[in-house]
Design a protein around this ligand. Structure first.
Ligand SMILES: [Zn+2]
Length: 475
């Protein structure tokens, strides 16, 4: 043992060991200084993730007892034996019964409920979505049903919104805690290979399915994705991804830019999202021409065309040749059929070989018709005013039909026209005075897209939670 000690002593006294120790300590000090300073180099989103939490905690403490709340909680947990329970709301759960099950007395449940009521309807909690966090202090040696004292109750409504009720000397105090929605822009692109669809390529390139859906939607007035896409065609997209302050992914926001290069047309279609002076959002091409047309060429996005428009085809059931005055889209029975444009229902019922049939008059020039429906949307009747995209019925196999599909017709001035080739008028065109504003917005989008690396998202901006429409998160 002594020998070992002596060896160590001898080693420590050697100059090279002392040099090593001095440099090691200096390294430690250096890293400590660097790590302190690098706070300013933290990416804005990460930095932003911490600030609101700190300020929120400070707000709570200011409101309640003037001490930093997190330290308060820590001390509370360390010295008072506070227990925390996280409960996911299930069907049939009530806050009162959940608290009662934890051994909290009826008067406290009543008191906390009253305090929360102005901010959050306790009877309105959503099973499978809302969560409760209960902090309580067990009562030692209790022989009654009351086993704990309620200290704090959190109702988590979403990653960006919760209601918190804290017990103070003056009873329960309830506040809302809101987090910002942080928007990042993400770029995606792809080239269609032989034998692959746009959806397959986009999915393989990590573009979320609902963003692809939106991509189809913005081009649906102009492009028939079943017929117009060929190998070598390219697409690009820039869309929003939304995060809470602590970096939790909330879903996808809007598609800001979408481009599609079609070899068959030798052209690149570029669409930009723009909100006009009246606050109406639309997609516009490079020149400010609205992408939305009075009618949709293909009412069901992405549906396969099973039969094209022709003035002469052999009917699959009748056997003899006759004109096919519409386009057939194969789709599963029950698929909702959206109205191709705004208009008024002028026919709804059985019509011979058409089976269940609905016809909408859009204006003095155009009508559209939908045939072989399994059923109609119950609130859509003759005389009903419908909006573009509103469901009017469901795909079926009624009348002379060989399988579930939508037979879709466009009638122009009383004559059936080919929905896939007809040039339809744009709606929501910009006024002359608005074109200049649009051009500024368009140029900004072009720059954002150009600087955005394919593999990295770019921090865009914060959205004020009070202004956000939760339904706009397409997750
Ligand atoms: Zn047909």
């Amino acid at each position: 043992m002594n020998k070992v000690h002596q060896k160590i002593k001898k080693y420590i006294s050697k100059p090279h060991f002392q040099v090593f120790m001095v440099s090691f300590s200096m390294c430690l000090l250096f890293f400590f200084i660097i790590s302190k300073q690098s706070g300013s180099n933290i990416p804005p989103r990460i930095q932003a993730a911490f600030d609101p939490i700190i300020s929120m905690e400070n707000d709570v403490s200011k409101n309640l007892n003037g001490k930093p709340n997190s330290i308060n909680n820590l001390l509370e947990n360390m010295f008072s034996n506070t227990k925390e329970h996280t409960i996911e709301i299930k069907n049939g759960d009530s806050v009162a019964s959940l608290l009662s099950d934890l051994g909290i007395c009826y008067s406290e449940i009543l008191e906390v409920s009253k305090s929360i009521a102005p901010l959050c309807e306790l009877s309105d909690l959503r099973p499978g979505s809302d969560k409760l966090v209960v902090r309580l202090k067990p009562i030692e040696n209790s022989d009654s049903k009351v086993k704990a004292e309620l200290k704090e109750l959190e109702i988590i409504k979403s990653p960006i919104y919760k209601v918190v009720s804290l017990k103070t000397k003056d009873g329960f105090k309830t506040i809302e805690k809101k987090s910002n929605v942080n928007v990042e822009l993400v770029r995606g692109e792809g080239v269609i290979d032989k034998g692959t669809s746009l959806t397959q390529v986009a999915t393989a390139n990590n573009i979320p399915y609902n963003v692809i859906d939106k991509f189809y939607e913005v081009f649906s007035f102009d492009v028939d994705f079943e017929r117009d896409i060929y190998p070598g065609d390219r697409f690009q997209i820039m869309y929003e991804q939304l995060y809470s302050d602590n970096g939790e992914y909330l879903g996808n926001g809007e598609v800001i830019f979408a481009s599609l290069y079609l070899n068959s047309r030798h052209e690149e279609l570029r669409l930009f999202r723009y909100e006009n002076e009246k606050g109406v959002v639309g997609y516009y091409d490079e020149n400010g021409k609205g992408a939305s047309k009075t009618l949709k060429k293909t009412p069901i996005n992405g549906a396969r065309i099973s039969s094209k428009f022709s003035n002469n085809r052999k009917h699959p059931i009748l056997g003899y040749s006759r004109a096919h005055k519409g386009v057939d889209f194969a789709a599963p029975s029950g698929t909702p059929i959206p109205a191709a444009g705004d208009g008024k229902v002028v026919f709804r019922g059985w019509k011979n070989g058409y089976g269940n049939y609905i016809k909408i008059r859009h204006n003095g020039t155009y009508s559209t018709a939908y045939a072989h429906l399994s059923k109609f949307k119950s609130d859509v009747k003759v005389g009903t005013q419908v909006k573009q995209g509103q469901t009017v019925g469901y795909v079926g196999n009624t009348g002379l039909s060989t399988g579930p599909h939508l037979h879709y017709e466009i009638i122009k001035n009383g004559v059936h026209v080919n929905p896939l080739t007809i040039k339809l008028p744009s709606i929501q065109n910009l006024t002359k005075s608005e074109i200049a504003k649009f051009e500024t917005a368009r140029d900004k989008i072009n720059i954002q897209f150009a600087v955005l690396d394919k593999n990295f998202s770019q921090f865009a901006h914060l959205i004020d939670i009070n202004k956000i429409d939760a339904s706009s998160i397409i997750k």
